[in-house]
Design a protein around this ligand. Structure first.
Ligand code: MN
Length: 308
């Protein structure tokens, strides 16, 4: 995906640090954003009052949207630096192409992980007549690896386990000794909870992690808060567990990680440390001096907005 806001400001993660464990929680309303030409999505991160949760620095929840007889999702070639994109569909299929020559269809239950490192470009398009529902997140790369060579990995299957009447998919990191194969560079986790029946249970947490909870279908009651589909609930680090109550059929995304210690800047499709790096990356994309070429995408590439 790509940030299509016409005149985005550079966002600085320093503006909102991790909350103290003394705070119970923070409710963050998702905001409306657009991807491709015609698709409206919910953007949970970054927000004015919350830029990062662990190394997670961007969270788009798209759909469910019926794309029958529409152009579908069309995100033309665009560049990334300094981050990993993490794509997880619940319904529908998306075709990914990138400047490394990858051409990969992703289906529900699978993960696409693209590590931009020093620079990559990609496009994304839904396959015809699909009902589309899913999430795409970005993970900020730590300074020690953010200039690495880019790569792309498609994960066909993701580990899962059953807890009470919950099915838990371990999308990234580790949960109850189940380890996701998804290659990340910071201590973090991403889980999907699917309630097979109405469930009340206790969820174990890593006390070193701060967390974000976002319903994808239905609602969840967690940490004495009822959280709906338009809300990201932020929990500060310091908890070993939390009670949860989930209704049958609900699907809940939980992300977490150790509070990211580096100040990062987020602008358009870039995560960097200085404005100069942003300008350099935007110029390189405009002049085609970096980021390679995405072959086969039937449409135009994206143009960066003016950098304010
Ligand atoms: Mn993208």
């Amino acid at each position: 995906m790509s940030d299509l806001i016409k005149t985005p400001k550079i966002l600085n993660s320093k503006e909102c640090l991790a909350l103290s464990p003394k705070c119970n929680s923070q409710k963050i309303k998702t905001r409306t954003a657009h991807v491709g030409d015609n698709i409206t999505i919910r953007r949970a991160l970054p927000q004015g009052n919350r830029k990062t949760i662990g190394a997670w620095c961007f969270l788009d929840h798209f759909g469910p949207i019926d794309l029958t007889n529409t152009e579908g999702l069309r995100v033309g070639p665009h560049p990334h630096i300094g981050l990993q994109t993490f794509t997880y569909p619940l319904a529908g299929e998306i075709l990914h192409r990138d400047s490394l020559g990858s051409k990969q269809k992703i289906q529900p239950g699978q993960v696409n992980l693209m590590t931009a490192g020093k620079g990559i470009s990609h496009s994304e398009e839904s396959l015809p007549d699909t009902l589309l529902h899913g999430v795409q997140l970005w993970i900020a790369l730590p300074d020690s690896v953010r200039h690495m060579e880019p790569n792309f990995i498609h994960y066909e299957t993701i580990p899962s386990l059953n807890l009470a009447n919950l099915r838990i998919n371990i999308l990234a990191g580790e949960f109850l000794n189940s380890l996701s194969p998804v290659k990340v560079y910071s201590p973090l986790v991403a889980l999907e909870l699917i309630a097979l029946e109405d469930t009340t249970t206790t969820l174990s947490l890593n006390p070193k992690f701060e967390y974000g909870i976002l319903p994808l279908i239905g609602t969840i009651e967690i940490a004495q808060e009822i959280v709906d589909i338009d809300t990201l609930l932020y929990l500060p680090f310091g908890r070993p567990s939390t009670p949860v109550r989930i209704q049958q059929g609900s699907r809940i995304l939980i992300i977490g990680g150790e509070p990211f210690q580096e100040d990062i800047l987020i602008w358009w499709n870039f995560v960097a440390r200085t404005k100069e790096e942003m300008i350099e990356a935007a110029n390189a994309w405009n002049k085609h001096t970096a980021f390679g070429e995405v072959k086969g995408y039937p449409g135009k590439e994206l143009v960066p907005p003016p950098l304010l």
